[in-house]
Design a binder for this molecule. Sequence first.
Ligand code: FAD
Length: 656
Amino acid sequence: RVAASLSKQHLPSARFSGDRAAPGTPHFDVVVIGGGHAGTEAAAAAARCGSRTLLLTHRVDTIGQMSCNPSFGGIGKGHLMREVDALDGLCARICDQSGVHYKVLNRRKGPAVWGLRAQIDRKLYKQNMQKEILNTPLLAVREGAVEDLLLAKPEPQRPGSFRVRGVVLVDGSAVYAESVVLTTGTFLRGMVVIGLETHPAGRLGDQPSVGLAQTLEKLGFVVGRLKTGTPPRITKESVNFSILNKQTPDDPSVPFSFINETVWIKPEDQLPCYLTHTDPRVDEIVLENLHLNSHIKETTRGPRYCPSIESKVLRFPNRRHQVWLEPEGLDSDLIYPQGLSMTLPAELQEKVITCIRGLEKAKVVQPGYGVQYDYLDPRQISPSLETQLVQRLFFAGQINGTTGYEEAAAQGVIAGINASLRVRRKPPFVVSRTEGYIGVLVDDLTTLGASEPYRMFTSRAEFRLSLRPDNADSRLTLRGYEEAGCVSQQRFERASQMKASLEEGISVLKSIQLSSSKWKNLIPEASISIDRGVPLSALDILKYEEVHMELLAAVAPAPLQKYAECRELAERLKIEATYESALLHQQQEIKEVQRDEALELPEDLDYLRLKDVSLSCEVREKLHLSRPRTIGAASRIPGVTPAAVTNLLRFVKTAQ
Ligand code: FAD
């Protein structure tokens, strides 16, 4: 099939929208397959980097579709969105224009783990995303199903090494490309399941991608199978909200994007969410009907942290499970019951729903369903998300075994940047674990693989205190501008200005000594153990929970007023002060990790045959499978012992 596609001829393009390419010459720098959360970010990032890019997807009107929950962000996920935004990505900005309920989670904990989250108007998000994509310079959009890859013949000196040359659509037409990014989500050999019925589909109502899955398998990619699911949707007017717990949004709303000071909608115009719980009758229906539920019987792994109600009943019997009733949009009549993902036959789903408090008369308009799909073992990609088997072919999103819009968006932006850098023969843009949650995500995937759908959490990051949502711009925007060219001049200047103001502010705060008569009224006696008669620096005073910049500026107005006046700067200075001492300690650990990351392992190392290094067969197998790029990555592979790492290190040093 792959070889045959090499001889296929160019045929005229089908439907173009916003196309800047000359008609009849379908040749792009970067082609992105899939218009979901990974694909939109990848395509926009490649175009921002200056590459002529084509986004090829089944339907323009499903670009930016939220397949499941009508919400973005959360703990760990909000961090990813801030980092995508720091690289000038789209999802954070679009969420600031499309949310209907903004709330920061984890407020009781430190700001390093606050989770920015919002309920999103599904329709508005899609509209705003499509507007953005269709108006991005250098980005063309075309509808079509990609069936196959075009490959260049391997070079005689490297017989097994393929290079992608483009894609072939279902109608046989070809599009040539220097780099290709594959972001097909749950579509590779997707099967939708309700009860005992299954049918091929990428998600309900969408055709699966079968040809592409076969091509990837034939090329030698290791393919696995995962599953996920979504709850039924119910009508708003059929829910009795009056007896349920109401959750109101934050006032003021915290925007996702660094470039926004506020979101598009006032807190008083936002929609509430409601909380209810399952009861024992739900357990009964689930348990009595397991034989009618083929998805739950499947041994394929589903999302551990977003399980179906059936999995929860089986794993945690006799418990009440939370169900959040979330609005689907401002003018939508639908409610999304979060926590009730299920694949029972449709009539039994209605029975389950009506057992739940507040939902006794609920009307189901779309049943929940499951989807089973192929994913590609992400240990086959490098940290730039380029595949090791086929040069210039990149994978991003659910295809790599992740779950969630934010995880997909984060990979999309990295794949898009690197697909473009590859065309320009520039070094890859890699974010390390010490620099961002994006780095944690990519490193976890490429070194550990994904045996179940991978979701981001703050606990996955070792350097949480440094990788905060508030400072993602300081960590990534400057690099994105200088090394990748994916950040606009305006954003670069804004981030540089903020970084300079923060550095200046911290040094001013350190330099101001306040006598105890000035500071002792700011800090309650109970919260300080030191001598209340000594002078303290303004930075040390700001570390106390009760103190913020406005209070400090009231006692030392001349030097501090200007920092207190800008809300964002004042908040960020407060956070910097809070973590200052802890960060000094963490910097040392970060340096140690960076030292190991700098020790690169040769790309073509044959671990199975490597002589002169004492490694067990098991370790050799693991290294062979994961092909770690650095000593640091090798040390994180489970089963690769410290002794094996030391031996590898010795080998690398003697080989240098
Ligand atoms: P998608 O958003 O799925 O986008 C894939 C895109 O590729 C689509 O635009 C499609 O049209 C296009 N495409 C596919 N094949 C081709 C082809 N051959 N040619 C051209 N275009 C193609 N996440 C959670 O966090 N929690 C959940 O509970 C949850 N439940 C889910 C339930 C269901 C039923 C589904 C389908 C997904 C669920 N997800 C859930 C996952 C979440 O939707 C995805 O992780 C996220 O959308 C992945 O983004 P993506 O860009 O990788 O893929």
